[in-house]
Write a protein that binds this ligand. Sequence first.
Ligand code: SF4
Length: 436
Amino acid sequence: MNTVIPLHPQATGCSTAPVIRERGQHEVFCGLTGIVWLHRKIQDAFFLVVGSRTCAHLIQSAAGVMIFAEPRFATAILDERDLAGLADANDELDRVVARLLERRPDIKTLFLVGSCPSEVIKLDLSRAAERLSAQFLPRVRVLNYSGSGIETTFTQGEDACLASLVPVMKTSPEPQLLVVGALPDIVEDQLARLLGQLGLPAGTAIGFLPARRSDALPAVGPGTRFLLAQPFLGDTARALEARGAVRVAAPFPIGVEGTTGWLQAAAAAFGIGADVVLRVTASARERAAVALSKVRGALQGQRLFFFPDSQLEIPIARFLSRELGATLVEVGTPFLHRELMAEELALLPAGTRLAEGQDVDLQLARCRADRPDITVCGLGLANPLEAEGLTTKWAIELVFTPIHGYEQAADLAELFARPLRRKALLTAPVAQPVAA
Ligand code: SF4
């Protein structure tokens, strides 16, 4: 079955464009950051980071709101005795897990999350997860993945987490359309409604990975066609393919064009025409077009520069340039997965400067020379660049905010329009009082 639907058959955009490849110092959060949105999404899971006080500070400050609730993440601190090999970290981990599960019967899936320190002392968390699973099954499933900052970027934590779920998904040959990637519940509901209206063949299930609850984890098998909702899920995609599922190639559901292309690819995978999608989505597209028309003036012709942070850069850049008329100065991405990004690259305006990886000093030099109107970057770079008079947008905000689908398209555009408006206000000449 051909699951690829060319949105614009002639468009080649940046498909074969040269890419600046850099491997140097990079300034990004680590994969632990994903816990902040994953613990909200998987409502009966607990994330136990096996790390240092630094790791604990990172997730505590990133997810500080949780102090008001029974938290669903914590850090088992490896202290000097563990790091020096004087204590058996496995015994201590077993004790911490037993205490936690005794106190919290609501936990159904426990993720042991590796960190830089646990990697450095070579603590084998996959064996620990196996051992603890055997001890606590069937009440609790214990899995593990790494969120270590060594050579990873902050969205890869989600990829590693979802990939760790794939082996425990049940096998089923039944037809299924599986949406892969953590989305805020409200966005998931909107997309599920639209997919449900496409008229998929009778008996075709619509599933989501991750599921909101552990007992709703979808099955997988040769009847599964899966659509990525997030671009940073290369390992998860590979793991699903190894279970017989087939990826539906599509742009990402960001902006009106991306969402329509994504739905059309899903429809085509089940033999449903693009015209059906246009009919089903007519009112949502209309609403989004009206909302976008109100923001376009603020973004038209504005020059954007993306530092590599989340792997969402290319779809967002495509949306801002094609639907809002922004000019792309440089689009950086931590990793360029050409296969998963093929549809997006084809839509990106030809001649866009693409960069993969980071050598932060070189990239800062290009950015300073270009003086873009907005720079999308991590928190660590934003303040210094603002001090130099550049307007910035925090990349992490794009991951925490609902941005997918038709209803969120204008909200996403607003995230970029707002700092421009603020800057215009701050730099506007102050009106002189009129003499009486
Ligand atoms: Fe820092 Fe590594 Fe812990 Fe992340 S995992 S907070 S990079 S020590």
